[in-house]
Design a protein. Structure first.
Length: 595
């Protein structure tokens, strides 16, 4: 028998009205069966609402089956007296770190689990040090979790579970709030725990690039397991993934393209497991004998790029803005340092940077949730700190969607939540409802969701409700902090296409924080790069994303397609390194067929 045995698992939950009457029965899981052996790395993938998180919560007995059974390390989760032991065996890391951070200091939070397990004090602190080092948060032990960024909080939550040394760790979309390097670090840590300590890893995700190193992958859709196999077996079924709202990892999209266009063969790809091997293969195959071009990155410096000037009386202007959290206290933390930035009307601006670089702090200054401690902020020529300036007007015209949707949702139903903003703008109840229904439809949610509690929804659905609540206010400026975090690929693209339409057709200014440079390349017009609270780069998308070395110094992972073009260019192959959108990069790679 394996560590985890699931047989014919079905889970139903019931939706009731305010008087407790049954309105609807929803079958979240339908006849799910799977076995997990000790020491395996299992990935469970699927679109938002496919049942992934519901399945995860059954494995550590947070939910109990309506039908079927779950055996964890020989313990039946249906038996109440063994559930604590089940949760010690299968530790869980949630999508939202605020749901599992409890202490005032980082090191105390990580120590909380082992303390409650009766681990001797010296061993507890050894575990705390080791766990924080694993997630690269060892310098933050004496910090308050409340002063950390969303990604940093997630690392603390992961460290807290690692310190308990369970036999199995369930990562429930645990990397969704991390930057690409942070995600890589957590994936590497998970693999090391599997290899060195034989800990079983169950990785719940819709990021297909995170499943490459799994032993087995289970694809879920509508509460069922649709298919399963090794990662390579799953990647050979792109039509199945597409039907389930998923897509191939970006690297494998390029591999698929190169094979289908006979640029490389399957035999040549036999030893290709990552982007470095693929780039090396292409460079070796298409190397030219003539003199190689110099790497233009060696001539570029990490410096600010000049952007198009806008009138000081339009848009949002930040002038040498600085902000420190906990200023004057022992745990003060830098948010922004001497940032000057102008957001013009009708722009689509992407703000990128590693976790903790100041992106969220910057976003909260744009609509006056945070006010500058040094410097000035002007909205359409008026200083937002003036006594006669209306911050209420600013927040109606500059809508802000938080990184964590739970910080924005509070009403008893989706409809009431989305109506809240417009109802506070002195418009009629009928008009507020009309706006709410339009906004809910715009973000791709069905009308059946109106009466549901927002807290019954998946993380991705909550995010879309939060966005709908801001869109219903019809702002002139829309500021979104990681809007595609937690969304499956299909939902993420639909949202980005909506944002682009709002910019192009309605003239709305869009400012979006993102960790995904592929999204930035396709949808944004301008990019601002942040690092350690400072603005490093600011310019047109092509100008900024072509600075590969600068981006890597800023802690960002450059898209594999751009890296391929630069590597081929250095080898003397005639490709245009200014191409940054995936479809344009593919067009450049077609040139290899003629060589």
């Amino acid at each position: 028998m394996g560590l985890i045995n699931i047989k014919n698992l079905t889970f139903e939950y019931f939706r009731r009205d305010e008087e407790g009457n049954l309105e609807e029965m929803i079958e979240a899981l339908k006849g799910v069966s799977l076995d997990v052996n000790q020491g395996e790395f299992i990935a469970i993938v699927g679109r938002n609402g496919s049942g992934k998180s519901t399945l995860a919560k059954h494995i550590n007995a947070l939910l109990l089956p309506s039908e079927g059974e779950i055996i964890v390390d020989g313990l039946d989760t249906a038996e109440e007296e063994v559930r604590l032991s089940v949760r010690k065996t299968a530790g869980m890391i949630f999508q939202n770190p605020d749901n599992q951070i409890v202490a005032n200091l980082v090191e105390e939070d990580v120590a909380f689990g082992p303390e409650n397990m009766g681990v001797p004090t010296p061993d507890i602190w050894n575990r705390v040090d080791e766990s924080l080092t694993t997630v690269e948060m060892q310098e933050y032990g004496a910090h308050s979790p409340n002063l950390l960024s969303g990604g940093q909080k997630q690392r603390v939550a992961i460290a807290g579970v690692l310190a308990m040394e369970p036999k199995c760790i369930i990562f429930d979309e645990a990397t969704s709030m991390l930057d690409p390097q942070g995600r890589e670090q957590i994936l590497f840590a998970a693999r090391q725990l599997q290899k060195e300590k034989k800990i079983t890893i169950i990785f719940i995700t819709h990021h297909m690039d995170e499943v490459v190193w799994a032993d087995r992958v289970f694809v879920m859709d509508k509460g069922r397991i649709v298919t399963h196999g090794t990662p390579r077996q799953i990647f050979k079924q792109p039509w199945v993934l597409s039907r389930c709202g998923l897509q191939l990892p970006v690297l494998y999209q390029y591999i698929d393209f190169l094979v289908n266009n006979r640029i490389v063969s399957n035999d040549e790809l036999e030893n290709v497991y990552g982007e470095e091997e693929l780039i090396a293969l292409l460079c070796h195959k298409y190397r030219r004998e003539h003199e190689r071009n110099e790497n233009i990155e060696n001539r570029k410096r990490l410096s600010e790029t000049q952007t198009e000037a806008h009138s000081a009386t339009e848009g949002i202007l930040l002038n040498h803005v600085s902000y420190v959290y906990g200023k004057g206290f022992a745990q003060e933390s830098l948010g922004l340092k001497n940032v000057s930035l102008q957001i013009g009307k009708g722009e689509f601006v992407a703000v990128i940077g590693e976790t903790g670089s100041g992106k969220s702090t910057l976003m909260q200054h744009l609509n006056g949730l945070l006010l500058p401690q040094e410097g000035e902020i002007y909205f359409e020529g008026k200083d937002i700190t003036d006594k006669d300036f209306s911050l209420k007007m600013l927040r109606q015209r500059v809508g802000l969607v938080f990184q964590n949707p739970d910080n924005q949702l509070f009403a008893e139903s989706v409809e009431r939540d989305v109506c809240f903003g417009p109802e506070n703008m002195n418009i009629s109840r009928v008009e507020a409802q009309k706006r709410a229904y339009e906004a809910i439809g715009m973000v791709g949610l069905p009308d059946t969701i109106y009466d549901m509690s927002p807290f019954q929804l998946s993380g991705g659905q909550k995010r879309r409700v939060a966005i709908a609540g801001v869109l219903a206010m019809k702002p002139d400026y829309l500021v979104l902090d990681e809007p595609t975090s937690g969304l499956d690929p299909v939902s993420a693209r639909e949202l980005l296409e909506l944002l682009k339409r709002l910019q192009v057709e309605a003239g709305m200014t869009v400012v979006m924080v993102s960790h995904k440079l592929e999204e930035v390349a396709e949808f944004a017009d301008r990019v601002v790069v942040m690092k350690q609270g400072r603005k490093l780069l600011d310019g047109a998308v092509k100008d900024v994303l072509s600075q590969v070395g600068a981006l890597e110094q800023a802690g960002l992972l450059v898209p594999v397609g751009i890296k391929m073009l630069y590597a081929l260019h250095r080898e003397g192959v005639d490709v245009d390194v200014q191409m940054i959108r995936q479809e344009d990069i593919l067009e450049q790679l077609l040139k290899l067929r003629r060589l």
